[in-house]
Design a protein around this ligand. Structure first.
Ligand code: 13P
Length: 280
């Protein structure tokens, strides 16, 4: 069933595990993610970047595709359709109006006052439609979907102000994680993460999940992380496999066979991530 992220994140926070956000790019990926998460009985957040929505044809296309897959594949788990890094109020409204059940407003490049005012505007609109809202504070570095940023870490006092003044549902504080690949071991600020968690009741979100070792994932969950975003890792596992398939099957031109050759690998990666996030 399509739901907002509030109940599943609350449950994850209470029971000390993390809900995965896997980013989608096309029909096949969406199908693989839904099938594997359904098999593992794990609720899932389907992350859709602005670039991915545009690539797939638009927010309505994505909404209808996801609703259709849930029905036709008989998916029983809770599924959240979430705009990842919405860059403006207008983009968030577009996604909400198309049927998305959750949005992230990323005004993290703005000054705190402006971040608060844009986030609040989105929250006020979203609440009318029972849509959950995630905000970012500090700024997560690295590159995603061709958009690059320099990391600067979130401050506790700013996190407290942002959640108190906007009533946002979940918070992604930048604490050293980056989008894309890490140079060396990730250097996450667990101390501040723990302090933020002790001072706000909203579930915390960890972006840049690719390349964070299992022991750091566990520590992050123990410091209040209830949602972890994975994009690059799926891209790498799928593209490696497809590249291999094309090189070894030069006579094959059926797109279903080519795209589908990455299915098992992508599902394997999803399954491994779910096991890690269950934090047992
Ligand atoms: P990675 O691409 O590093 O896995 O990060 C994904 C993400 O944070 C999406 O918002």
């Amino acid at each position: 069933m399509l739901v907002n992220s509030n109940e599943i994140l609350k449950k994850a926070k209470k029971n000390k595990f993390a809900i995965p956000q896997f980013n989608i790019n096309n029909l096949e990926w969406t199908k693989y993610i839904l099938e594997e998460c359904n098999k593992k009985n794990m609720p899932v957040i389907l992350g859709v970047s602005e670039g991915a929505a545009k690539y797939m044809g638009g927010y309505k296309v994505v909404y209808n595709m996801v609703v259709g897959l849930i029905e036709d594949l008989n998916i029983k788990i809770d599924v959240v359709l979430h705009l990842d890094h919405g860059s403006s109020y207008d983009v968030c409204i577009k996604a909400i109006n198309a049927g998305f059940t959750s949005v992230m407003i990323d005004a993290s490049k703005k000054q705190l006052e402006e971040n608060i005012s844009i986030t609040k505007k989105v929250v006020d609109y979203a609440k009318q439609f029972n849509v959950s809202v995630e905000a970012e504070i500090g700024h997560i570095g690295g590159t995603e979907d061709g958009v690059s940023g320099t990391n600067f870490n979130a401050r506790l006092d700013e996190c407290i102000r942002l959640v108190q003044e906007t009533n946002v549902d979940s918070l992604a504080p930048a604490l050293g994680s980056v989008h894309g690949l890490y140079k060396g071991e990730p250097n996450l600020d667990f101390k501040t993460m723990k302090e933020i968690n002790e001072n706000i009741s909203q579930p915390l979100v960890l972006h840049g999940g690719t390349g964070i070792p299992d022991y750091q994932i566990k520590e992050a969950i123990s410091c209040g992380i209830s949602k972890i975003n994975i994009n690059t890792e799926l891209q790498i596992s799928w593209s490696k496999e497809v590249r291999n398939f094309i090189e070894n099957n030069k006579e094959v031109y059926d797109p279903r066979k080519i795209i589908g050759s990455g299915e098992n690998k992508i599902k394997e990666t999803i399954s491994t991530k779910i096991e890690e996030f269950l934090n047992k």
